[in-house]
Design a protein around this ligand. Structure first.
Ligand SMILES: Nc1ncnc2c1ncn2[C@@H]1O[C@H](COP(=O)(O)OP(=O)(O)OP(=O)(O)O)[C@@H](O)[C@H]1O
Ligand SMILES: [Mg+2]
Length: 439
């Protein structure tokens, strides 16, 4: 699986998106990453010519037309052993506009590619195809020059990409509401749109806000003639912060360089023969910044997935063994330690417990005392840890070696908890059955 992904876009044609994407890909590959560079300029693919490849044997179109089964079968080797290309082809009629389903399939397959890094070179324009391919990546890079038209286009592109991103995560009714309420996506500020959304669906607005807060984008200035032109790119970053409420830092300012122009004409990428020079150093710094950031994001995503999996398992367990709310004191005895807490809920097969201090990781089994401590009416039973949610200090135990007497006791507790739940009485305390057990 591609562990981290970047997209390089910018709306306007000719700002250097492909130059930046290609040289970042080479720099990362030279740094030891296994990189796949995708020519996602569906209308005018030409990345392969920058690598001196005349006629790639296999193109993205072959994948679209199902002439190759997977994207991995559409890889083309380059002069750098750990950098592969997915080439686009000649502009065939319609090739810039694959059907929605084809695009979704492409994005899904991109995620499954076996590489450390995937970089997508995005074409010009703000069509949905362009925006969706730009948005799919973990980190999005927008390339500007300091020209006013480029600044306008780049800013407009990022705004359109953000709107499109929101459109895709907001539930359909809320989306329809936003569309029907008049304001055109292009005219309304994001803040206004979110306020309007909150008035219709608070939860959707919250999801949108979180999603925007996690939207990773950064800016690159290219073909700069002087240090002063760099300020223009920094001003764009400020504008993005003020008006789109997005932190999009400037991660690189590449100068206009004769060697870069020549590298394109001579079809050997700049970073393959740059030697020591300022622009090469800038590409290296930029690549390092991008990789560090994306790896951090990737780790966080992995952790979130693991947490989600644990949560799903726990929910499934709760669904299979109906549990009822019960709040009584608990002590857990394991490995010579005593942990205190309170039950969250109880089922015939086990009990959920919130602990004051989370139990140690290496305590798979122990003894649980349920009920008012030191008094009669406490159930003492052997348990096994089934699930643990460390951040919530919550542990799901299942009862083991239940004696008949214990079983009656548990059933009575469950019956009482379930009856109270049916009556919808909040917060049951010490609702223990009268026949008291001590063992
Ligand atoms: N830093 C640079 N210094 C000098 N020339 C550059 C630089 N970056 C790009 N160029 C020149 O600009 C041309 C356009 O660059 P590139 O093809 O990367 O733009 P693009 O944004 O990908 O364009 P398109 O939207 O058409 O795909 C290149 O052929 C190259 O000659
Ligand atoms: Mg290009």
């Amino acid at each position: 699986m591609a562990k981290i992904s970047f997209s390089v876009g910018g709306g306007k044609g000719g700002t250097g998106k492909s130059v930046v994407a290609a040289n970042l890909a080479i720099t990362m590959a030279q740094g030891g990453k296994r990189v796949i560079l995708l020519d996602a300029d569906l209308g005018a693919a030409n990345l392969h010519t920058m690598f001196g490849i005349d006629r790639p044997r296999v193109l993205l179109e072959h994948f679209f037309r199902r002439e190759v089964p997977t994207l991995s079968d559409a890889l083309t080797d380059t002069a750098i052993s750990n950098l592969k290309l997915i080439c686009g082809g000649m502009p065939l009629p319609g090739s810039a506009n694959p059907h929605h389903a084809t695009k979704i399939k492409l994005i899904r397959h991109l995620r499954d590619l076996d590489a450390d890094v995937l970089i997508a070179d995005i074409g010009a324009g703000t069509s949905y195809n362009v925006l969706d391919l730009f948005n799919f990546a973990d980190v999005r890079v927008v390339v500007f020059t300091s020209q006013l038209t480029s600044v306008h286009n780049g800013y407009g592109f990022l705004k359109a990409a953000l709107h499109r991103h929101l459109q895709r995560i907001i539930p359909v009714p809320a989306r329809q509401y936003l569309a029907s309420a008049g304001a055109h996506a292009g005219d309304e500020s994001l803040a206004d749109m979110l306020t309007r959304l909150a008035s219709y669906d608070v939860a959707a607005a919250e999801t949108a806000r979180t999603s925007l807060a996690n939207y990773q984008a950064c800016l690159v200035g290219n073909m700069l003639g002087s240090a002063r032109e760099g300020y223009v790119i920094n001003a764009v970053s400020q504008m993005v912060r003020d008006h789109l409420h997005l932190e999009a830092p400037v991660i690189g300012l590449i100068h206009h360089g004769e060697k870069i122009t020549r590298s394109v004409n001579e079809r050997t990428p700049f970073m393959l023969r740059s030697g020591i020079e300022a622009n090469a150093e800038l590409f290296r710094k930029m690549a390092a910044t991008l990789v560090i950031n994306a790896e951090r994001i990737s780790r966080a995503r992995q952790e979130a997935l693991v947490n989600q999996a644990v949560m799903d398992k726990y929910k499934e367990y709760e669904r299979r063994f109906p549990r009822f709310k019960l709040c009584v004191p608990v002590q857990f005895l394991a490995e010579g330690e005593v942990y205190s807490g309170a039950t969250k809920n109880i089922a015939k097969g086990g009990v959920g417990v919130f602990f004051d201090t989370m139990i140690a990781p290496d305590t798979p089994v122990g003894v649980l005392r349920i009920g008012p401590m030191g008094k009669s009416g406490t159930l003492k039973i052997r348990v096994e840890v089934r699930h643990r949610l460390d951040d919530k200090k919550l542990v799901g135990f299942s009862f083991t070696e239940i004696s008949e007497e214990q079983s009656h006791f548990i059933e009575a507790m469950v019956a009482r908890a379930s009856a109270t739940a049916a009556l919808n009485v909040p917060g049951i305390r010490s609702s223990l059955p009268p026949n008291i057990l001590q063992n």
